[in-house]
Design a protein around this ligand. Structure first.
Ligand SMILES: Cc1ncc(COP(=O)(O)O)c(C=O)c1O
Length: 429
């Protein structure tokens, strides 16, 4: 008897017929291959109508929750009166740039683009232009986007750590050679490279918290050391706050650490799901990118009115006194609940995170660099998440990926998720 394909199955078949792999971004094709047709607040709904509490959060944007009504309304209002005109200054863009400068310690001026990759590309080009140097330093485990200068050494297999690990064919060998990859939190390694090659280093770029491998917290001395070394050697310090910007505070994580870089990149949560990114930093550096300046910066959709309006609305909501306490309290509730569970079940596991970010590694501490995370039991990590998905809790079933809580989540959502985690972990112990 012929069986009818489910709605999900039909969508997957059509997508895979016309789109390579059926998806338009790496890491979107996972097992189980679910098709979500609705996203609302803290929840996702699949094509069969099943509800999931969403902690994947599209890798981070919907900080206020999916389809936030105030954000949607402000974006729609902006679009009702103007779309892209592609010439001249715009009122909302100027307001947003001012707001960001008021909040972000490193922001004296702002340039808008559409994605985190564009922002880090521009930051590195600018750093090379102002220093006249070619090499950059990045850290093992940090992801900064898909372009040749940085697409390497993120979640590397053990035998690739300590050597170039490019993530795509077709990357320019010269770009790969000019990127030096060092261990995170290892100031001595950076000092040594700066001592030997400091006059060739244009920039050091880092995720302040490498959230692309979950959560590895930086040592204050490490970040301060990078600030001192880059100043001493006249290199540009770039904090990639694409994940942490707005999520950990309107001033980014740099405000919490009290260390100010020369340039900062932001994207993801800054417009709560609308495509917007920003390169912010010292005015004397960003001014190189002014029209007619020596560094070219452009984009047809840069500072798109819908995204800019969405970002202004997002900032207003985050400025309300209860917003960050709610996000951080729920993060603590989740991490505390998981920690108690790990102890109760006697598991070899570690709860990590900061603010609204959390995850459960299946390994013992310490966790100070990517090299430590090679001890994580990747199979159990993914099995655990697939079991949670069966219970309606969506954590991306990919090794080392972090989870995000939004303003739309409630204590009841966290408790429901903890109960599901308990049931799954009981079957592990
Ligand atoms: C820290 C960081 N920087 C840059 C990027 C690239 O951003 P996008 O995917 O918007 O190009 C990402 C994306 O995950 C990221 O996590």
């Amino acid at each position: 008897m012929a069986t009818t394909a489910s709605r999900s199955q039909q969508i997957i078949e059509q997508a895979q017929r016309y789109i390579p792999g059926g998806v338009s971004s790496a890491n979107r094709l996972v097992e189980p291959n679910l098709v979500f047709t609705r996203a609302q607040g803290a929840y996702l709904f699949d094509a069969e109508g099943r509800r999931y509490i969403d902690y994947h959060a599209a890798f981070g944007p919907p900080l206020l929750g999916h389809c936030h009504p105030e954000v949607q309304q402000r974006a729609a209002e902006a679009m009702a009166s103007i779309d892209v005109v592609g010439v001249g200054s715009s009122e909302l863009e100027a307001q947003l740039a001012q707001k960001i400068c008021e909040h972000m310690p490193s922001a004296e001026k702002v340039l808008f683009c559409n994605s985190g990759s564009e922002a880090t590309y521009a930051a590195l080009r600018l750093a090379r232009a102002v220093t006249g140097r070619q090499k950059i330093i990045k850290f093992q485990g940090c992801y900064h986007g898909w372009h040749d200068a940085v697409l390497m050494n993120v979640i590397s297999p053990a035998d690739k750590v300590g050597q170039p690990d490019p993530l795509s064919a077709g990357m320019l060998p010269q770009a790969i050679e000019n990127t030096l990859v060092l261990p995170f939190n290892d100031l001595a390694a950076v000092e040594q490279v700066m001592q030997e090659q400091g006059s060739e280093i244009a920039a050091i770029i880092l995720e302040l918290i490498p959230h692309n491998i979950g959560t590895v917290l930086p040592h204050q001395e490490f970040v301060q050391g990078l600030r001192d070394l880059t100043s001493q050697h006249h290199a540009v310090l770039i904090f990639d706050e694409v994940v942490t910007g707005f999520r950990h505070g309107l001033g980014g994580y740099q405000k919490a650490l009290g260390v100010t870089p020369d340039l900062t990149t932001m994207a993801k949560a800054i417009a709560n799901g609308f495509p917007l990114a920003a390169l912010v930093g010292r005015a004397d550096l960003l001014d190189h990118c002014r029209p007619g300046g020596d560094v070219f910066f452009a984009g047809t959709f840069n500072a798109h009115p819908a995204s800019v309006a969405a970002s202004l609305a997002t900032i207003e909501i985050l400025e309300r006194p209860d917003s960050y306490p709610h996000l951080f309290d729920l993060g603590t509730r989740m991490r505390d609940g998981l920690t108690a569970m790990v102890q109760r079940h006697g598991l070899r596991a570690t709860v990590a995170g900061f603010g609204s970010v959390f995850l459960l590694y299946f390994m013992e501490p310490p966790i100070e660099s990517y090299e430590d995370l090679l001890r994580n039991d990747a199979e159990t990590f993914v099995t655990y998440r697939r079991a949670l998905i069966k219970r309606g809790i969506y954590e991306l079933p990919v090794n080392l990926k972090r989870n995000h809580i939004s303003l739309a989540h409630t204590a009841a959502d966290i408790d429901e998720s903890l109960a599901a985690a308990d049931a799954v972990l009981t079957s592990f112990s």
